[in-house]
Design a protein around this ligand. Structure first.
Ligand SMILES: C[S@@+](CC[C@H](N)C(=O)[O-])C[C@H]1O[C@@H](n2cnc3c(N)ncnc32)[C@H](O)[C@@H]1O
Length: 217
């Protein structure tokens, strides 16, 4: 292979991997719809594990940042509970609003644009919150956890799900915009935000996950 051909191939590889990482961090456009379906399928087990770990009571008010977990959360809170969802991706928000139009109509679900670093909720508004595979895209973890702890009531549950960082580091697209942190560092950040943390692990493929079950004091 000539030097020119090799550099063209490398350029294409970089563009493809950057596109994948960009879509995972903020799904958008036509491609974003495909990524949403793929995320829901690929991460279903990790999200279900996070919903289980959150120990959500019927009637609870819970928050969530995008994806397949919304229906699982609706099921857990029952008819008298409320599910809040926040997303930075307008495409994901539009998709969820269309899928859950009936629940939004009855007030059981409230969806809004919002970053986990700046949530449109009052202090202690939620009994529980889960966020799975999102913190890789947040540069300031301390700020995000301080905000999540602000909106989850003391004694409530905040479940942060992350893929195993060693396994994630071997996926070529994670070099393009993901911040992969050691699990101990994420636990320390949750403790720094005033939580006790229980560490659970899901060993199942395709990606082993860590579920950090945090409880604000
Ligand atoms: C890799 S996807 C994971 C989606 C789903 N939780 C799952 O596990 O399949 C990351 C999602 O986090 C959202 N996201 C990225 N940064 C965010 C932030 N600061 N606040 C809220 N959501 C964010 C993206 O828009 C994207 O939908």
């Amino acid at each position: 292979m000539s030097v020119d051909t090799m550099s063209a191939v490398n350029g294409i590889r970089t563009r493809v991997l950057s596109t994948i990482a960009g879509q995972l961090g903020n799904p958008h456009g036509t491609l974003g719809k495909g990524f949403a379906v793929m995320l829901n399928r690929g991460n279903k087990r990790a999200i279900a594990g996070a919903v289980d770990a959150a120990d959500i009571a019927a009637g609870a008010t819970v928050g969530f940042g995008g994806g397949a977990g919304l229906s699982m959360l609706l099921e857990r809170v029952g008819t008298n509970g409320t599910v809040h969802g926040f997303e930075i991706s307008p495409s994901m928000l539009t998709r969820a609003k269309s899928k859950f139009a009936a629940e939004i109509g009855t007030g059981r679900m409230q969806l809004a644009p919002g970053s986990m670093t700046d949530l449109p909720l009052s202090d202690d508004a939620l009994d529980s919150a889960i966020t799975v595979n999102t913190v890789y895209f947040v540069p300031d973890l301390a700020a995000a956890f301080a905000e999540l702890v602000r909106v989850v009531r003391p004694g409530g549950s905040l479940v942060v799900g992350i893929g195993d960082p060693d396994v994630m580091a071997k996926m070529p697209f994670t070099a393009y915009g993901f911040t992969l942190r050691p699990v101990a560092g994420v636990i320390a950040a949750l403790e720094g935000a005033g939580c006790t943390v229980d560490h659970k692990q899901l060993a199942d493929p395709p990606i082993p996950h860590h579920l950090l079950v945090a409880r604000p004091a």
